[in-house]
Design a protein around this ligand. Structure first.
Ligand code: PMV
Length: 361
C-alpha cells in the first residue's frame, strides 16, 4: 500500500446528514516510537499492547452545508464546548483532506468523552484521534459502494497516524506493529498492523496498571520531543536498537520468555527517557516518585521472582505490566507499596484489549 491507495476516486453515494459513534482505546508501546520524519512517518518500528479500559468515545454528527470553501466543525468534551481543541483538529483535517475529499462539504459536531480523567496525565491523543478517524471512515463507507474491512481498518489507522503517530496503533488489538521491520511481514510506516506471528499463552490478558504519579500538563510536548531527535547525538544508534528490540521480541512472543520480555520493555522505557535527557535542550519528564516506583518494582522482583515490569510514556506516570496469573499478588503489592507514590493515591487498572468498537446510535 502507498499513500496513493488511500485517495478515493469518486463516491457513488450521497448522504445529507447523520451521525456515527466509535469507542477507541489507548495503547502502550513496548518498543517506543520516538523520532519522526514529515507526516508522522516513524524513524523506527514500534509495537504496542492495545488497552481495554482507557478509551475515548466520539460521536460524529454531520450535515451537508452550502459552501465547500472551509472546514466547519464544533468540538465538545463531556458536553463542554472546547474551542481550544479546534486548532489541532483543523491541522488534522488539512492533513487528511487529500484522502477524504468530502471534509469541506459537511458541518461536523464532534462530541467526545474519555473513560479516564482528562487531567490524569494520560494522553488522550491516541484514543481520541483514532476514534475520530474511525468516525470519518464510517462516513466514507456510507458514501462508497464497497469498502473491505481490511481497507477500512488500514485507512482508519493511516488517518489516525496523521493526527497523532501512536494513534495508528489503537484501531485493532491486541498487539500492533507500526513501522517497517524487515522480519515482520506486512509492517508499514503508513499504518499499524496486527502482529502476524505466534504469541505465547503467557501474554494472554496481560495486565497494565497505570500509576498516576503526576497529573499535570507535560512540560515538553511529544511533538517537541520527537523534533529533538533530529541531529540528536545518539539517534542513529537508538533507531537501530529499536529494530533489534523488535527482532528479539519476535522470539520472546513465541517462547513466552518473560525474563527476556521485561528486559526489553524496561530498557526501551529507560532509553526513551535517556533520549530526552540527552537532547539539546535536555529535559526530564520522570519525577522522584517515578524512580521510587521503579526501584520498588526491582526489589519486589528480586524478593518474589515475579515477572512484573514497568514501562513509561512521555511523562511521569508508570505503566506496570504483568501476566494475568500474577494479578492478585501484584495488585496487593501496588496497594501496599506503590499507591503512596501516586498523586491522590490514583491508579487505573487496565489490560490488553482488542481494539476499537462501533457503537449503535
Ligand atoms: O503519538 P505521539 O506523537 O504522542 O508520540 C508518542 C510517543 C510515545 O508515547 C512516547 C511512545 C509510543 O510509541 O507510544
Amino acid at each position: 500500500m502507498t499513500e496513493q491507495d488511500f485517495i478515493p476516486k469518486t463516491y457513488s453515494k450521497t448522504k445529507d446528514s447523520g451521525s456515527v459513534t466509535w469507542s477507541s482505546p489507548s495503547n502502550i508501546a513496548l518498543v517506543k516510537y520516538w523520532g519522526k520524519k514529515e507526516d508522522q512517518i516513524p524513524e523506527n518500528p514500534s509495537i504496542s499492547f492495545t488497552l481495554d479500559n482507557c478509551k475515548t468515545t466520539t460521536i460524529l454528527s454531520f450535515s451537508k452545508k452550502e459552501s465547500n470553501d472551509a472546514f466547519s466543525f464544533d468540538v465538545f468534551l463531556d458536553d463542554d464546548k472546547k474551542d481550544d481543541f479546534k486548532p489541532k483538529i483543523e491541522t488534522f483535517f488539512k492533513r487528511i483532506e487529500r484522502y477524504l475529499p468530502f471534509l469541506k462539504e459537511y458541518h461536523f459536531k464532534i462530541e467526545t468523552s474519555n473513560t479516564f480523567p482528562h487531567s490524569s496525565g494520560i494522553a488522550s491523543s491516541a484514543s481520541g484521534m483514532s476514534a475520530l478517524a474511525l468516525c470519518l471512515m464510517s462516513l466514507e463507507k456510507e458514501l462508497s459502494e464497497n469498502i473491505s474491512q481490511d481497507y477500512f481498518n488500514q485507512k482508519a489507522s493511516f488517518l489516525a497516524r496523521l493526527g497523532s503517530g501512536s494513534a495508528c496503533r489503537s484501531i485493532e488489538g491486541n498487539l500492533i506493529v507500526w513501522g517497517t521491520h524487515q522480519n515482520i511481514d506486512g509492517s508499514s510506516d503508513l499504518f499499524g498492523v496486527k502482529y502476524p506471528y505466534e504469541v505465547h499463552q503467557n501474554f494472554k490478558n496481560y495486565q497494565d496498571t497505570i500509576l498516576l504519579v503526576d497529573k499535570g500538563e507535560k512540560q515538553v510536548s511529544s511533538t517537541v520531543g520527537h523534533d529533538l531527535m533530529h541531529n540528536h547525538p545518539f539517534a542513529t544508534r537508538r533507531f537501530a536498537q529499536a529494530h533489534e528490540s523488535m527482532s528479539k521480541l519476535i522470539k520472546i512472543f513465541k517462547n513466552g520468555d518473560l525474563d527476556a520480555f521485561l528486559k526489553i520493555v524496561e530498557s526501551e522505557a529507560l532509553t526513551l527517557h535517556a533520549m530526552m535527557m540527552t537532547s539539546m535542550p535536555y529535559f526530564i519528564l520522570m519525577k522522584p516518585n517515578t524512580l521510587e516506583i521503579i526501584n520498588k518494582i526491582w526489589a519486589f522482583r528480586i524478593e518474589t521472582n515475579s515477572k512484573v515490569c514497568f514501562t513509561l510514556d512521555a511523562g511521569a506516570n508508570v505503566h506496570i505490566l504483568y501476566p494475568e496469573r500474577e494479578k492478585d499478588a501484584v495488585l496487593k503489592f501496588i496497594k501496599t507499596e506503590l499507591v503512596a507514590y501516586c498523586q491522590n493515591g490514583h491508579y487505573i487498572s487496565d489490560q490488553i484489549g482488542f481494539g476499537a468498537q462501533q457503537i449503535d446510535n
